[in-house]
Design a protein around this ligand. Structure first.
Ligand SMILES: Nc1ncnc2c1ncn2[C@@H]1O[C@H](COP(=O)(O)OP(=O)(O)OP(=O)(O)O)[C@@H](O)[C@H]1O
Length: 755
């Protein structure tokens, strides 16, 4: 069934042309956004140059790019992804629990082939627009490392009997080994066989930019060029083998989820069976701002850990994460300390057993405990499960990896307190943090550094010799910019009625074939509004716009946070299945949610910030897909704020290589639009367009209502309705009055006997 044909109620103008490409159609050949336009000959040359030993600097820089048809498992697999050939039997024999430190002989042979020298690494990273910098490195200063002590370092040494103090080095560039094919996960990092198979089964062939840069860093790369280049041009070694804290800014839809999940799953698999008991609680924690995103992450984690002992679960209401006492919090704290001890027949085991036996049942909650090693949660749901009777937060003693997906929103005032409380509850000294988003303000970076420093102060008081891991920042492309493969339309609709008319034209494009914004937006698409009441109102206004023969009102749905969890789940499923074609929503679905087949996004209400725009429009054009369309309507009220959006569109089009002539936003428009002040931007981010929050505008009129009727028409209708009601009331009164008069006449007053 052609959705577009039915929606447009015509077959004439709606036949998709043979050349028309939809983002929802077909598979993507190349999920990368940058660096795959280099000529084939260069790629062939690069293949030869790869056969160099690691860390040997070549005299002449070699042109390196990636081949699109990557052969899984070093060319040994045949018959499609995930199907190992006989040649790979040896690889397969590797146990999924083998330590990553013990590469097999056959893998070592492969390893040498896949190692790039520093110039090659630089070249690849640059061609894919990857910038990796060390934000904070806590290793000793360079001079000391190389045995040449400066007078400064001598002085420092004199005062040095104090505990290790973090050494700030400023931002320095860093060039790790890029991961140019998923087969290198096995050959270089000896990830678990089953994990590698699961990756192949998903059909992932070529790593996206963020995977290319982040996976080597997170898999504790021993092969990487451990040199970092400081602003002064000096180099110093950087040790990533003990783990790093990573802040990643990479475009929407660029595959950040598997970039953080693969290292988590691999690390859990590489730990011996004995190390983790389900009763120890989760070992990896992923926080996401919405239930929808959290459940999507769990699904991804389950696909990647299929057939292994690693389990992932979603935090649900009523489920316990740690043992919590009801009456006496002290007792549970003792119990958890005991359970952290290792070794069979140890004293602590006895204590543990006794504690379990002697623990009165009434003192512990009887709810089900989380047994999975990976827990994915929204901040509030998890914090509620950690709150103790005395108001304190229970510790998550065994969590070694904390991931904040959509970190900038999680560390924004809305979630900040909850997230920091959870971060601090993860008390393991070797906790590694990953912060991931497509947008990241510098204030968030500062907050991260501050939080890490505070935590570190606490750690060294308890564990003075504990090594500190570096904080690395990975940026793909231009920070805070929409992906280059989206077509943007910024449409002036003047009024609220104008926007509704515009949206109707998108639903029935043949009515106005010349409509610029609507000419090629085909369902399924998302429509974003500023508030829940507006989403509901827009849904009621449009719900009968789709003809019954096309499925009628069932094709259009609304999803927002006031709905029950089950209603939200069911709408998501119907949308993913293609039963719902137009989904009206709020910023609830703006971040992280992955709809592969989305053809477009409509910003019915202008987003509250540039970042919100980047995320909303990033629901389309995922994993390198072409052609998603983002339509943004703006009215008179939005003019003071729309420059934010216009700037993002300009930057995204520049990234795509669009010149002034073909740009959506002409320079004259940019010049004409007012630049909002910092205060205005903050206010907008917090509250959105103020007038749209109220049912009525500042003059008491309902001009921000979602309706195609003008204010004049609505007033006329209201007057008519008022007049009708008044006359009805008069009629009723007239009927009541004679009756009342009659009843009065029947009342004879109080009798003498009642007085
Ligand atoms: N290497 C790859 N090759 C092809 N597809 C991939 C690859 N990696 C991930 N994908 C797919 O890309 C899509 C987007 O991935 P993901 O949701 O992780 O993006 P993201 O970077 O987290 O986006 P957002 O910033 O919007 O949250 C998913 O459908 C995923 O399956």
């Amino acid at each position: 069934m052609d959705i577009f044909k039915i929606l447009s109620r015509s077959s004439k103008a709606t036949q998709p042309s043979a050349t028309q490409k939809l983002p929802s159609s077909g598979a993507v050949a190349n999920p990368q956004l940058f660096g795959h336009t280099e000529p084939r000959t260069t790629q062939q040359q690069s293949k030869k140059s790869r056969k160099r030993k690691r860390l040997h600097n070549s005299e002449t820089p070699v042109d390196i790019s990636l081949t699109a048809d990557v052969d899984f498992f070093g060319g040994a697999f045949s018959g499609g992804a995930g199907k190992p050939s006989e040649d790979t039997a040896t690889l397969q024999k590797l146990s999924d629990s083998r330590s990553v430190d013990e590469p097999s002989k056959e893998n070592l042979g492969q390893q040498e082939e896949d190692i790039y020298n520093e110039d090659e690494s630089k070249r690849i990273l640059r061609s894919h627009k990857l910038k990796i910098a060390v934000l904070e490195d806590f290793a000793p200063p360079i001079e000391e490392e190389h045995g040449k002590e400066s007078s400064k370092s001598k002085k420092r040494k004199k005062n040095k009997e104090k505990p290790q103090k973090p050494q700030k080095t400023g931002k320095t560039q860093f060039y790790p080994q890029p991961l140019t094919s998923f087969s290198q996960l096995r050959s270089r990092y000896t990830i678990a066989r089953r994990l590698a198979e699961n990756i192949a089964e998903q059909g992932y062939k070529l790593p996206t930019e963020v995977q290319l840069g982040a996976l080597p860093l997170l898999l504790n790369d021993k092969n990487t060029s451990t040199e970092q280049e400081s602003e002064q041009g000096r180099t110093r070694p950087l040790d990533v083998t003990k783990g790093i804290d990573l802040l990643t800014v990479a475009p929407t839809g660029s595959g950040k989820t598997i970039a953080f999940l693969i290292p988590i799953i691999n690390s859990l698999l590489s730990q011996g069976e004995t190390e983790h008991e389900p009763s120890d609680g989760p070992r990896a924690l992923v926080l996401a701002p919405t239930k929808e995103l959290a459940s999507q992450i769990v699904n991804e984690a389950r696909k990647l850990s299929k057939g292994t002992r690693v389990k992932a679960t979603l935090m649900k209401k009523g489920v316990e994460v740690v043992e919590r006492p009801i009456n006496n919090p002290k007792e549970t704290a003792d119990l958890s300390e005991g359970s952290d001890e290792e070794g069979a027949e140890s004293e602590s085991d006895v204590e543990k057993a006794e504690a379990v036996v002697t623990q009165p049942k009434a003192k512990t909650r009887r709810a089900e405990r989380v047994k999975a090693a990976i827990l994915v949660a929204t901040p509030l749901a998890l914090l509620n499960a950690l709150k103790q009777q005395d108001g304190s937060t229970a510790e998550l003693l065994n969590v070694r990896t904390l991931v904040l997906d959509e970190a900038d929103v999680l560390l924004d005032p809305l979630f900040r307190e909850q997230v920091l409380a959870i971060w601090n509850a993860c008390s393991h000294p070797s906790l590694r943090v990953g912060l991931w988003s497509a947008t990241m303000g510098s204030n968030i970076e500062s907050l991260v550094v501050e939080t890490l420093n505070k935590r570190w102060k606490n750690i060294i008081t308890k564990h003075p010799q504990h090594p500190r891991s570096p904080l690395i920042r990975l940026v793909v492309g231009l920070k805070d910019t929409a992906i280059p493969n989206i077509t943007h339309k910024l449409v002036y609709a003047a009024t609220e009625q104008g926007k509704l008319l515009g949206l109707r034209q998108l639903l029935h494009p043949t009515a106005t074939p010349s409509t610029e914004a609507g000419s090629s937006l085909r369902p399924p698409f998302l429509v974003f509004t500023q508030t829940i009441p507006r989403a509901i109102a827009l849904h009621s206004e449009l719900r009968y716009d789709i003809p019954p023969e096309a499925g009628g009102s069932s094709r259009i749905a609304v999803l927002h946070a006031d709905l029950s969890s089950s209603a939200r789940e069911s709408i998501m499923t119907r949308f993913r299945r293609g039963e719902v074609w137009v989904l009206i929503t709020t910023d609830l679905l703006a971040r992280g949610v992955d709809f592969r087949g989305l053809n477009g996004v409509v910003n019915y209400d202008v987003p509250n910030s540039a970042a919100a725009y980047v995320h909303r429009v990033g629901r389309t054009g995922r994993a390198g897909r072409e052609g998603g369309i983002a339509v943004t309507y703006y009215t008179q009220e939005d003019i003071p704020y729309v420059k934010n959006v216009a700037n993002v569109i300009r930057a995204s089009e520049a990234l795509r290589g669009k010149g002034e002539g073909e740009a959506t936003i002409q320079q004259w428009l940019l010049d004409a639009l007012p630049t909002p002040s910092k205060r205005d931007k903050q206010q907008l981010k917090k509250r959105g367009i103020e007038a749209r929050r109220a049912v009525k505008d500042s003059k008491g009129r309902g001009s921000m209502r979602i309706s195609t009727k003008s204010g004049y028409e609505r007033r006329a209708i209201n007057n008519l309705r008022g007049a009708k009601e008044a006359s009805k009331r008069r009629e009723q009164l007239q009927q009541i009055e004679p009756a009342a008069a009659g009843s009065e006449s029947e009342f004879d007053g109080f009798g003498d006997d009642q007085a």
